[in-house]
Design a protein around this ligand. Structure first.
Ligand code: NDP
Ligand code: BG6
Length: 509
């Protein structure tokens, strides 16, 4: 990623090495911290990307000792880290992990935190650098941010930068708001306490290798780049299918639904990276400017268009991979009459010079046949049906398939003549697979994003206007749609309700 200067610290931040810092994780006993954050930090430490003086301070409600917390983390690392072959390095890693019990509304807790951060044990070896990570239920984002401001924790290093250290940054988990008004409120609260260049709004899809490759693939290959517009492209299909259901997060999902949980953030990120113009420079502001322009170009959704632009679904009892699974309404913490969608397909139009007339279909669903995230670029047919007129059965339309996960790779589909006397065109694929080309396991998205926040590079994080634009666009689809787009039911372990195909231009066979 490019060299950036963080005016919070005034120091250039990205020269490939990281500064020492204290990472304070609010929500340190939560699912995300244990499955993703601590394993990612361990993997970074193993790869030499985490400064050895870095301290990790977990903050959560339950009382526990540093040792108990370290023991829990050992288990998480054993289960979820990439470098499980290097557990011999865990004893060194755990020495700098600490735990601080407090409730998020407790003034004494913040005062004690401040004392800890200013103590010799923390401040000297970390040069006063601090990164807060809000891995808490979203209802605590504002209270914590306000308290960080009130108790002097957001400015803990101001005036202490004589030695060149002293940045303070904050990573905020998703969901960033639940609609435009709440996202604006949250942005206002954050920006009263931190400057924009200190704020890192996470969308972990941006940390995935294959997602970053969308831009590189398009913009480093002239043959591909020259096809990337309405001159050649007929439609774009961005699909995120998950085999999992709501995974014990029923109360959260019931509030969010698939549009807030997946579409407004992850799918919009995939869409903006696919549709954006080449930036003037490969750096955070320029890239995010182009993504925002895509969001500004989206054709607004009028109420009368809703039946034509969205299909919503909810899974019923079924089987995934041969294992029986309950219907959404039978999941824990879900009311038996819930009409929260677990599936949505929406059709959007990017109304600009490059994409006018090309529909983008965004599909997200839980309890689908299998886990699969792909971007399919379907190209226009040949201008003249030469072979069909000669009696050849069928034609093949060209497709570029970017497999984001799993089996990461890129395939190009095209037609060739079947060997033999008859004129028959068969579809075939040229297939690039990451696994075959690169044998090492790619770093997890959270590893990449934590590293970028530590070095102060916000390219792979969402900017305030980006988040607000996406909420503005999706707002008409968040209300009561029971009349305009009735909920359609689909059996768990299938690919969504039949009605989804009504939005589509028929896809070629
Ligand atoms: P959990 O519910 O598992 O964890 C919540 C954490 O917050 C716990 O450590 C809990 O501490 C702490 N906590 C809650 N209330 C208080 C309080 N009043 N005072 C002090 N501590 C409190 O949440 P997740 O880890 O699942 O999610 C965290 C964030 O990450 C959310 O914003 C979520 O949307 C986001 N996220 C999560 C993903 C996931 O896969 N889990 C994926 C993507 C985003 P204690 O246990 O001590 O009560
Ligand atoms: C999270 C959503 O942001 O992304 C989850 O809250 C979803 O509901 C998850 O399962 C999907 O992430 P991934 O990386 O497994 O595709």
């Amino acid at each position: 990623m490019p060299e950036l200067s963080d005016s919070a610290s005034g120091a250039p931040t990205n020269n490939g090495t990281t500064s020492p810092l204290t990472i304070i994780i609010f929500g340190a006993s939560g699912d995300l911290t244990h499955r993703k954050l601590l394993p990612a930090l361990f993997d970074q430490a193993v790869d030499g990307l985490l400064h050895p003086e870095t301290r990790i301070l977990g903050v959560a409600r339950r009382q526990k000792t540093h040792l108990e917390f370290r023991e829990e983390i050992r288990e998480s690392v054993q289960t979820f880290a990439r470098n499980t072959g290097r557990l011999d390095l865990f004893p060194e890693f755990e020495k700098r992990i600490f735990y601080h019990a407090m409730t998020f509304d407790d003034p004494n807790g913040y005062n004690a935190l401040r004392t800890t951060l200013l103590s010799d044990e923390f401040r000297k070896p970390t040069q006063g650098n601090v990164l807060y990570y809000l891995a808490t239920p979203p209802s605590y984002f504002v209270p914590i941010i306000r308290n960080l401001g009130s108790y002097g924790l957001s400015t803990i290093n101001e005036g202490e930068t004589a030695t060149g250290g002293g940045f303070t940054r904050i990573i905020i988990e998703k969901p960033f708001g639940r609609d435009l008004a709440s996202a604006q409120d949250l942005n206002r609260e954050v920006l009263q306490v931190f400057r924009e260049n200190q704020v890192f709004r996470i969308d972990h899809y941006l940390g995935k290798e294959t997602v970053q490759n969308i831009v590189v693939f398009r913009m480093s290959n002239p043959a591909i780049g020259s096809l990337w517009s309405n001159v050649h492209v007929k439609s774009v299909h961005i699909t995120v299918h998950e085999a999992v259901g709501v995974e014990g997060r029923g109360d959260y999902f019931e509030e969010a639904g698939i549009l807030r949980d997946m579409v407004q953030n992850h799918l919009f990120q995939l869409m903006t990276l696919t549709a954006m113009e080449p930036p003037v420079a490969f750096e955070a502001q320029a890239i995010r400017d182009e993504k925002v322009k895509v969001l500004r170009s989206l054709k607004p959704i009028r109420t009368e268009d809703i039946p034509k632009v969205i299909v919503r679904g909810q899974y019923t009892v079924g089987e995934v991979d041969g294992v029986p699974v309950p219907g959404y309404r039978n999941e824990p913490k879900i009311p038996p009459t819930s009409d929260t969608p677990t599936f949505a397909r929406i059709k959007v139009e990017v109304q600009n010079w490059r994409w006018a007339g090309v529909p983008f279909y965004l599909t997200a669903g839980k309890r689908m046949t299998r886990r699969e995230t792909i971007i399919r670029i379907v190209f226009k047919e040949v201008p003249f049906a030469l072979f069909r007129l000669a009696g050849c059965p069928g034609t093949v339309s060209n497709e570029l398939i970017i497999r984001i996960q799993p089996n990461e790779g890129i395939a190009l589909r095209f037609g060739i003549k079947r060997p033999g006397g008859r004129l028959v065109i068969d579809p075939v694929e040229m297939d690039f697979s990451y696994q075959t080309a690169y044998h090492d396991k790619a770093p997890d998205a959270y590893e990449r994003l934590l590293h970028d926040a530590i070095i102060g590079d916000s390219t792979l994080f969402a900017r305030n206007d980006e988040v607000e634009r996406s909420w503005t666009f999706i707002a008409p689809l968040l209300g009561d749609l029971s009349r305009l787009s009735p909920l359609r039911f689909y059996t768990a372990g299938t690919d969504g309700p039949e009605e989804k195909d009504r939005l589509d231009d028929p896809l070629p066979a």
